[in-house]
Design a protein around this ligand. Structure first.
Ligand code: BTN
Length: 269
């Protein structure tokens, strides 16, 4: 087995000490695939897969997600939330809130872009720092488990042409030294995820206000692929995006591809 890089070497011990069953590997295809296969044969426990690099990392909408060695964080957690299937869309938002929180202690002004992205605002628009891919497994009408995959651009210094100008990394935003330690980032992210889940289960009605504090889309003109067009007006309790149309009506959009249609209308921060 290949040797783990320095910043991931102590992670298996740190995760075990916190009660996680962990696989921390140098390279794999996709940590989401590994976590899903593991969950299928291991019905209990808090499972996490972390990789230094993935060669078949997957993003939303069937896109590839690039995770080069030493430069990015790829992790997948298996959750067994006590939620009905209809409420599963909130899991991606809770994971996004957790990733945002863990990243925000390393670089300033980090926001959540519904439904799954952690971003910062640059002069020419939003740049993505991290993405979340949630894949659920149902047993009849019940949620058996959910795989929450998070990819973070940590020490990347550049991106391929198709991502140039749309992505950024902790290092590109000025983080250095311990702020780029991926082991510490995993621990912070897991603690934030468990906290967000617990708060949500105890107070589901607070989700809209928890997101509003960090909402990159609030007041922005958006189009959600074929579903809605208007000004983003926050998140509904079930995790859908509220969009105020030209007529003043509120349309609720389920997870989809968001296009920012104008810089006009963006709230001031
Ligand atoms: C997106 O923004 O499209 C979601 C990206 C999710 C990437 C992460 S990296 C860890 C996990 N394994 C994968 O194959 N994908 C997710």
């Amino acid at each position: 087995m290949s040797v783990l890089p320095d910043d991931l070497r102590e992670l298996p011990r740190a995760l075990a000490a916190r009660g996680w069953e962990a696989r921390v590997v140098a390279t794999t295809g996709s940590t989401n695939d590994d976590a899903r296969a593991w969950a299928a044969t291991h019905a209990e426990g808090r499972l996490i897969v972390v990789a230094d690099a993935q060669d078949h990392g997957r993003g939303r909408h069937g896109r590839a997600w690039s995770s080069p060695s030493g430069a990015s964080l790829a992790l997948s957690v298996v959750l067994r939330p006590a939620l009905p299937p209809a409420r599963l869309p909130v899991i991606a938002l809770l994971a996004g809130l957790a990733a945002r929180r863990a990243i925000a202690v390393r670089v300033p002004a980090v926001l959540l872009k519904w439904p799954n992205d952690v971003v910062v605002e640059a002069q020419d628009g939003l740049r993505k720092l991290a993405g979340v891919l949630v894949e659920s497994s149902l047993s009849g009408t019940r949620v058996d488990h959910v795989v929450v995959g998070v990819g973070v651009n940590v020490a990347r210094a550049s991106f391929p042409p198709e991502l140039e100008g749309r992505a950024t990394s902790l290092a590109m935003l000025g983080a250095e030294g311990p702020a780029l330690d991926r082991g510490a980032l995993v621990i912070d992210l897991l603690e934030a995820l468990e906290d967000e889940l617990a708060v949500h289960l105890a107070h589901p009605g607070e989700l809209p206000s928890r997101i509003a504090e960090h909402d990159a889309l609030l007041g922005v003109e958006v189009a959600i692929d074929g579903q809605a067009r208007g000004v983003a007006d926050g998140i509904a309790e079930d995790g859908r995006l509220r969009v105020r149309t030209d007529t003043g009506a509120i349309v609720l959009a389920a997870a989809g591809e968001v296009t920012l249609t104008a810089a006009r209308g963006r709230r001031s921060r």
